[in-house]
Design a protein around this ligand. Structure first.
Ligand code: SF4
Ligand code: SF4
Length: 318
């Protein structure tokens, strides 16, 4: 079989070495465990005829590949000259080298209780067309996060699920997880992504000097507050959900910084500074959202009367 890769996760926890990307409702659900942030990345534009090589695996991109990349960009990403991803994700001290949900026995503490969809998608990448996911697997196989785990194997294996072959995702669970993550990203773009992109356009996306802050192949992390302000503006109930979230986040940041100060690590200092910046942004948002807006009436009612965005944020539309 061409480009066949098999996958069997033993839940060793090796790739759980940082907080994952999470949708806003997932962050709301796990507000006492994950500090939320916005991660902004630049997504390279692909061209017909471009060679993409990972180890001994190679693809020359054709018209269909480019159309698939364009379709992903049109539905999940943002364009301002270049293409950008804006996603919410968990944030923590890199020195800890672990996801806050990774239990001491190496298992995921929220596996049965709202594990982020991103973690179900692992080791695939929702921003890459299905026809090229074998290159994603080849790349993961070479990365430090998976070193020694042996969960990704080339070819068909009796003791593992066939993940990719002949330009398709063969495993039904993986296909399902990819579809759910892509749907979630599309929804995030609709609910707050476009508004945040526009609010950052002048200061970030239209300024080459500001854009230089996005590390090549990496992410610029900023406070999640612009996303909260976008959803809070839709109704009084959304505003209250955001205020409740901010309360929990301020307490979590406080705990997290106190633990870092006890560790006394030099490399924690810039992260502590960034977390203090997040806390200040939350406090400013608290003041802003705590002031009642005359046009925004406080609704009452049962969960059945939730607006689509309220239902989305509270997870009632799961
Ligand atoms: S490194 Fe592989 S085996 Fe270990 S948790 Fe991650 S996907 Fe599973
Ligand atoms: S949420 Fe669970 S599966 Fe996902 S990175 Fe954290 S520990 Fe791993």
């Amino acid at each position: 079989m061409v480009n066949a890769f098999s996958f069997a996760c033993t839940a060793c926890g090796k790739c759980c070495n940082s907080p994952p990307a999470m949708s806003l409702p997932e962050l709301f659900r796990h507000r006492d465990r994950f500090i939320g942030c916005l991660a902004i990345g630049r997504v390279p534009r692909r061209r017909i005829g471009e060679r993409v090589r990972v180890g001994r695996h190679e693809a020359v991109l054709d018209e269909a590949d480019i159309a698939a990349f364009e379709s992903i960009a049109d539905t999940l990403l943002h364009r301002a000259g270049d293409t950008f991803s804006i996603m919410t994700q968990g944030y923590d001290y890199p020195s800890l080298a672990r996801c806050p949900a990774l239990a001491d026995d190496g298992r995921c503490a929220i596996h049965l209780n709202g594990k982020p969809v991103t973690c179900e998608v692992v080791p695939l990448d929702p921003l890459v067309p299905d026809t090229l996911q074998h290159l994603v697997l080849a790349g993961r196989n070479q990365s430090a996060s998976y070193l020694g785990a042996d969960c990704i194997q080339e070819g068909e294996r009796a003791d593992a699920a066939l993940m990719t072959a002949e330009g398709e995702i063969k495993d039904a669970n993986a296909r399902n997880a990819l579809a759910r993550r892509r749907r979630a990203l599309e929804k995030e773009r609709e609910v707050w992504g476009r508004a945040v992109f526009e609010s950052l356009r002048k200061d970030l996306f239209d300024s080459p000097a500001a854009l230089a802050r996005i590390p090549p192949g990496g992410f610029l992390t900023i406070s999640i507050v612009p996303a909260l302000l976008a959803v809070a503006s839709t109704s009084a109930r959304c505003r209250q959900l955001c205020l409740d979230y901010i309360d929990s986040q301020l307490a979590l940041i406080d705990r997290s910084i106190k633990q870092a100060l006890l560790r006394r690590r030099l490399d924690d200092r810039p992260v502590t500074q960034e977390l203090r910046g997040f806390a200040h942004a939350y406090q400013r948002a608290q003041t802003l959202l705590g002031t009642p807006l005359p046009a925004m009436e406080v609704e009452s009612g049962t969960p059945s009367s939730l607006s689509p965005i309220e239902a989305y944020l509270s997870g009632a539309d799961r």
